[in-house]
Write a protein that binds this ligand. Structure first.
Ligand code: ZN
Ligand code: ZN
Ligand code: ZN
Ligand code: ZN
Length: 282
């Protein structure tokens, strides 16, 4: 019973007070930022947002840091799992600055809207999605494609929703990446074929598509990767990843077109492997 009550509490105030507290005079805005600073996590200085848990002495730590800690960073006592409903209630009426404030975003939001905004925040920096190289570049979303074409030459870029991605010399040993850009429906996509070798010397291929865009934008698309040849066909269909998520986790989980060397040989011609790529809009 108490859990249900706790869940309902933050939702109520968050719908009313923000509209009341946004247009108020400057002195109240200052007190809002004072209030927000009370929610700073002592470990990462990000904000402690609901659900808010405290140690037995009342210290808070954010939900990102919490799983990495064995004791309270403030008093050293046990972390505990006491929920602080009063702080949650206060949090729901405070406007928190976007986490990209230092990049120039001036927006503050109630906790329920913060994560959504940050996913789409216009000044949010993106890391370079080019696989296999340690490129340190970061920049806004619309600068990713120009960066790739300028710094990661030679990079093939094709237009259209149906293309053939031809990976040459697939018999090269070690970790190898093949990359192609494909543009359609007003968006840019990156097709990656990665070859890995495990400690038994077995090689495996992973082919995947990612969108230069947000996870929400990626949900509007589907893609198909297909190997054909010698009266055989191997197909993979899925939703593209966003470059916000990256492809490493998907590859680890084989959540992509994954196949071994003997399958690659079935479809390869003279050491080259052609992958039919089809992108669809949902
Ligand atoms: Zn933290
Ligand atoms: Zn403590
Ligand atoms: Zn922002
Ligand atoms: Zn780069």
């Amino acid at each position: 019973m108490s859990r249900q009550t706790a869940r309902a509490l933050p939702a109520g105030p968050s719908q009313c007070p923000p509209s009341q507290s946004v247009p108020v005079p400057t002195d109240t805005t200052a007190s809002n930022s004072d209030l927000a600073s009370l929610f700073e996590c002592p470990v990462c200085f990000d904000y402690v947002l609901p659900p808010i848990l405290q140690c037995r002495r009342g210290h808070l730590v954010c939900n990102n840091c919490r799983p990495k800690l064995t004791s309270c960073p403030t008093c050293g006592g046990p972390l505990g799992s006491i929920r602080n409903l009063a702080m949650e209630k206060v949090a729901s009426s405070v406007l928190f600055p976007c986490k990209y404030a230092s990049f120039g975003c001036g927006i503050s939001l109630p906790p329920t809207e913060k994560a959504n905004h940050e996913e789409l925040c216009e000044v949010r920096p993106y890391s370079c999605p080019y696989p296999g190289v340690s490129c340190k570049w970061q920049g806004p979303l619309d600068a990713v494609m120009p960066h790739l074409m300028r710094k990661h030459k030679p990079l093939t870029a094709l237009q259209g929703k149906d293309t053939v991605f031809l990976a040459t010399d697939i018999n090269l040993s070690g970790v190898v990446h093949w990359v192609m850009m494909q543009s359609c429906f007003g968006f840019h996509f990156m097709v990656v074929l990665e070859k890995q070798e495990n400690y038994h010397g077995q090689e495996r291929f992973f082919a995947i598509l990612q969108l230069l865009g947000t996870p929400k934008q990626a949900e509007n698309f589907g893609y198909q990767l297909e190997l054909t040849g010698h009266r055989r066909r191997l197909t993979w269909e899925a939703t593209p990843r966003s470059i916000q998520e990256g492809i490493a986790t998907a590859i680890t989980k084989s959540d992509c077109l994954a196949f071994d060397t003997s399958i690659a040989q079935l479809f390869a011609k003279n050491g080259d492997l052609g992958i039919n790529v089809t992108i669809t809009k949902r």
